[in-house]
Design a protein around this ligand. Structure first.
Ligand SMILES: [Ca+2]
Length: 465
């Protein structure tokens, strides 16, 4: 359009210039003879001017039009850009939606399979419940029949008078039971009173022996020390009242050496100790002093430090002899510790160690050296350990008590491969915490023995050789 405009403007200027030249360069004599022709030429000039004006206006309007169109095109381009951007965003959103849809599809299918499984399980449970209900119904009817039969039998066999007698007898028995219970209660109370009196006597005895040592001659002191020993011995061994306590064997091996060939409870008096009863297991070759035995779970082994020091249980069945007593025997010389275990398949195995036990000042630290046996060694990482109970934590586990988490008193490390004083369980429990609290013998990463029977005994090394 611009080119056209220039063309028009240029040609128009050339025309007007030519016309002016003609009017200026022509000689004056020529004006006179041709006046009409000059008039027409001026008229043409006017037309040309008009045309030029028109063309100029056209050019201007065309320029405006071009400007407007340009602006509109720019607007369109901007709008197109915006559209492009929103289209891109839309496609991104669409792809996201598609992905979500895929995930939803997967989740749905997973949920569907789960739903199927749950439905199957609930169907199974329903059928089981139904069968249990049926069994219960059958059992109830059986019980009902049995009751009827029993009633019939009792009516046919036992006459009404005898029935009355039986009920009267039952009443008598129940009243007797009540009386027995009351009696037991009062016996228990008396026992407790006796215990407290015993303790008082003991403290008095200690006081007397201390005073005697301080104040009187050596001879008097000796007689005073003998008195409590004798008193204690007489209390526990009334049948052997005439025996001199100093004449008692020092352990079960001496019981054997004195000719005893029957296993059982015997009084002993280790050197520098008071006498006490022990269970001697005697074979044709030798005797051992049993210090621990688990048989049927009748005795609670989750006891305090005092109980583990003094001993508890029944020497003929389940018991812990007591750390003080074990120490008084073992300090007399070189001893061997023997451990016997039996699992629920009635398989019995054993293991033996050289055994040294430190005194109460070292919390009865145990020292073991493996000797022999057909059991894998689980005590090696307990050697050098102090004894711990739920109320005395001497173990190697920081911030926690093995005796509390495993139950029973033992030479816990942190916490070690075995605890033969744990809770007695009849079956291997599925509960991990209960299983941990049980009696166990689990050397290293080896398999664990579920134990039916345990026995720990000691004997002098001299007898072993
Ligand atoms: Ca600890």
């Amino acid at each position: 359009m611009k080119l056209i405009c220039f063309f028009f403007l240029g040609s128009m200027c050339t025309i007007s210039a030519a016309l002016r030249l003609q009017t200026v360069t022509e000689p004056p004599f020529l004006n006179n003879p041709q006046p009409t022709e000059a008039k027409s030429r001026f008229a043409m000039l006017d037309d040309v001017r008009l045309l030029a004006n028109g063309l100029l206006q056209l050019g201007q309007s065309l320029r405006e039009f071009v400007h407007k169109t340009k602006g509109q095109i720019n607007d369109i381009f901007q709008k197109l850009n915006i559209f492009d951007r929103s289209f891109y965003q839309l496609s991104v959103v669409t792809s996201e939606i598609k992905e979500e849809e895929e995930e939803l599809k997967k989740t749905t299918s997973f949920l569907k399979t789960n739903n199927e499984e749950i439905r199957n399980m609930s169907l199974e449970i329903n059928s089981k419940v139904n069968s249990i209900l049926q069994e219960r119904g059958q059992l109830e009817s059986q019980v009902g029949n049995l009751e009827e039969k029993l009633q019939g039998l009792s009516q046919s066999i036992v006459p009404l008078e005898q029935l009355q007698e039986i009920t009267a007898l039952k009443d008598v028995i129940s009243t007797q039971e009540k009386t027995i219970k009351d009696l037991l209660k009062s016996v228990k109370e008396q026992h407790e009173q006796l215990d407290s009196q015993k303790n008082k006597i003991k403290s008095l005895e200690e006081k007397i022996s201390y005073d005697s040592l301080q104040d009187t001659a050596e001879k008097t002191a000796e007689s005073n020390q003998e008195a409590p020993n004798l008193l204690k011995y007489l209390r526990s061994n009334s049948t052997n009242a005439s025996t001199d306590t100093n004449d008692l064997p020092t352990d079960c091996s001496e019981v054997f050496n004195r000719g005893q060939r029957k296993s059982g409870v015997y009084p002993i008096k280790p050197n520098q100790s008071e006498p006490f009863d022990v269970y001697c297991e005697i074979s044709s070759e030798r005797a051992t002093t049993v210090i621990q035995q688990r048989v049927d779970g009748t005795v609670d082994f989750d006891q305090t430090w005092d109980k583990y020091e003094l001993g508890f249980g029944n020497l003929e069945n389940e018991f812990w002899l007591g750390l003080a007593k074990i120490y008084s025997i073992a300090r007399q010389g070189d001893y061997i510790l023997s451990i016997e275990l039996e699992d629920w398949k009635d398989e019995r195995r054993f293991i033996e160690y050289m055994f040294i036990l430190d005194g109460p000042e070292s919390y009865y630290t145990i020292h073991l050296t493996h000797l022999s046996g057909n059991l894998p060694d689980a005590m090696s990482n307990h050697t050098g350990m102090m004894f711990s109970t739920k109320d005395k934590d001497n173990d190697n586990l920081d911030g926690s008590s093995c005796a509390r988490s495993y139950s029973g008193g033992w030479w816990f490390n942190a916490c070690g491969d075995t605890n033969l004083n744990g809770r007695y369980t009849w079956m291997r429990s599925r509960n991990r915490t209960l299983r941990r609290k049980g009696i166990y013998w689990r050397p290293g990463k080896g398999s664990s023995y579920t134990l039916k029977f345990t026995k720990i005994s000691i004997r002098p090394l001299a007898q072993f050789q």
